[in-house]
Structure formats: C-alpha cells, structure tokens
Write a protein that binds this ligand. Sequence first.
Ligand code: FO1
Length: 306
Amino acid sequence: MITILAGGTGSVKLVRGLASVSKDITVICNVGDNIWLYGLYVCPDIDTVTYGLACLLDEKRGWGIKGDTFSFVDQMKRMGRPAWFGLGDRDLATHVYRTEMLRRGKSLTEVTIALAKTLGATSKILPATDDEVETVISTPRGEMHLQEFWVKRGARPAVTGVAFRGADRARPGRQVVEVIKKSERIIIAPANPVSSIGPMLAIGGLRRELVRAKERVVAVSPIIGSRPVSGPAAKYMKAAGLEVSPAGVASYYKEVAGSLVIAKTDWKMAGRIEQFGMEAARADIIMTGPRGEARLARYLAGKARN
Ligand code: FO1
C-alpha cells in the first residue's frame, strides 16, 4: 500500500499519477484550507483530489468541476452577500451533501469516503483529521483565513506568519494512523510545505506517526532552484523562516521524511540535503500531462518496492 499526503492543486497530478500505476493508494488530505461559507462546509483540498481522481476536475483552474457555472455566487452578489469565493453550481452540491451528512452526525472521514464513492474517485481519500484545523495567515493588516488571503486578497499582503488554529487539540482522522503504519511507502506530495503539508504536520498524533515511519517517508520537492513549481509557496516559506530552495524544504521535513526527491538540475543541493540526514534522490519532477504524472509515480512506486 502507498499513502500520499496531499494538498490540493499542487498535489493532484501526482495523486492521479499514483492512482494510474497502483490500485492500492490512500490519499491523506490537508484540511487547513477548509472554510465555512453560507452555512456550508467547503473542503477545497479534499474536493480537488476527489474531482481529480473522478475525472471531474477543471484542469485549467486546478480546482472546481469542469464546465461548471456560477449562477449561485452571481445571485448572492446581486443579493448583496459576499461572493469572493467562486463556488460553482455543481460544486455546491458537494458542499450541501457534506454539510447535510455532518449535521446528521457523520464524521468528515465518513463523508469524504462516501463522496469519493458517489463521485467515482478511484482511490481511498481520508481527511488528515475529523477535527477543525484552520490555516491562519498573519499580515500587517491582521490575521486572516488562508482562503481570505489567497482568494479575496489575491495573496497580495505581506505574510508575517502562518499558524494552524485548532491543530494542538486535533487528533489524526480515523484510519489515518493505521494507514501510515501499514504503508510500505508514504509520499509527501510536491505541495506547498507550509500551507498544504504544514497543517497535517502540526497535528501531534499524525506527526509522531510520520516520525516513526520516517525511513518509509519520501517527500517530493515543490521547489526547483529557488522557485516554487506553482502557487505562493515562496511567501509562506519565507514567513516560516525557510530558505526557498530544496534545502529549505529538507529542513522543514527533516524529522518526518527519510528522503527528498529533487529535480535533476538541483544536483548541487544534494550535499546540503544529506546534512539534514535525508537521502537526496534526483528525478524528473515536472509532471507534464498524464505521461509525466505516471512517470514520476512509477519512479516513486519503484522506490517503494526497493
Ligand atoms: N481559488 C481561487 O483562486 N479562487 C476561487 O474563487 C476559488 C474557489 C474555489 C472553490 C472551491 C474549491 O474547492 C477551491 C476553490 N479555489 C479557488 C481553490 C482554493 O482556494 C485553493 O487553491 C486551495 O485551497 C489551495 O490548495
């Protein structure tokens, strides 16, 4: 069994690649981006992975359902309600379904498994926790929810800190610990280390399990040279006091991962990564199209068998 720790947009390609090369994949998803909107519980990273595995994802945006319409948010705007978060009309059904089941007493784990099945996702998807953990960004304008920083404010404010509210009380989701224990390989997706993987590492019980499994944990760098493959990783990494480089990623993961896969062009970084007690493996980590996704996945699955 292979487990992958995933965020959303930055992780879905590798998740899909792994699902194309192995039937026994479990995805543990970040919940720090989850947000309550209009009385509905929206879980962007879980939904991105679910839609990606169910061939529903809007590939161009990297989130939401392809071909979706936005009449609901347009109408909300006309009614004078906040409409900065682009909830699609079909996507809305996911949030209504989830919220209804949560209100009936189901856990987020149960709802996530049910949604994946209903929508046709091909792998097991689990939230990192059933408890609420919220990624909070500190800026000179004050603290704000990650979605407010990213979507409402277009990631423009300077970032002075990143915190994970509720993580100190959160317990790993049902099945998460068991899945980590059983997996021959645990992969950390090339997601934003601070905002996508950070909320999971902040959950004590989950972090402890990864520390125990360290030699089976392999992280894939989301940074090539000094640039993130996508998204605002550089801003968050700088705010967390990390160097924006594969070595900076290694310093963040040094306690929980035995190896870091870096781009072949970053071979000069290997020595610095090894100083953190990690193996520095070199591979083609840019995933262009399904073939690129499957190629990196095969490489990682191969490492799992070695
Ligand atoms: N990202 C945006 O940049 N703008 C949006 O309006 C937006 C809406 C949205 C709705 C549902 C969903 O599942 C994701 C959505 N995202 C949107 C993506 C999301 O904000 C982030 O990219 C992830 O949380 C980071 O992984």
